[in-house]
Design a protein around this ligand. Structure first.
Ligand SMILES: [Zn+2]
Length: 115
């Protein structure tokens, strides 16, 4: 696990998270495909929102289990919140982390479309 800073495009929403980028999920479900999300998951205890609480808009669909949070100003979804097996989990959009070279990541396909 390594510490990263992340933000939406307009930087209203900023956060810090400890994440493991050796496993980054590229999911083919309708939601991830349309938003282009590249995801990694961290326990909510490893996530700290620095700014932008009042800028976050929630979007829920399907079983409505995951709180997809996007910035009301720029529309970027930098993270979402859900209930994991081992407690509250945050899904991080790796595209929104500072200092990450996307071309150096090993992406793990996830067949969300079939679930
Ligand atoms: Zn924004």
């Amino acid at each position: 696990m390594k510490k990263y800073k992340g933000a939406c495009h307009c930087k209203a929403v900023q956060f810090e998270v400890e994440a493991d980028l050796t496993k980054v999920i590229e999911c083919n479900c309708t939601h991830c495909q349309k938003k282009g999300l590249l995801l990694t998951f961290s326990p909510a205890t490893q996530f700290k929102l620095i700014s932008g609480e009042n800028k976050l808009q929630s979007y829920r669909f399907n079983k409505k289990l995951i709180d997809h949070l996007f910035c009301k100003t720029c529309g970027v979804q930098a993270f979402g919140k859900g209930a994991g097996k081992n407690g509250p989990t945050v899904s991080i959009n790796v595209r929104c982390l500072d200092g990450v070279e996307l071309s150096e990541l090993t992406l793990t396909p996830y067949d969300g479309k079939s679930r």
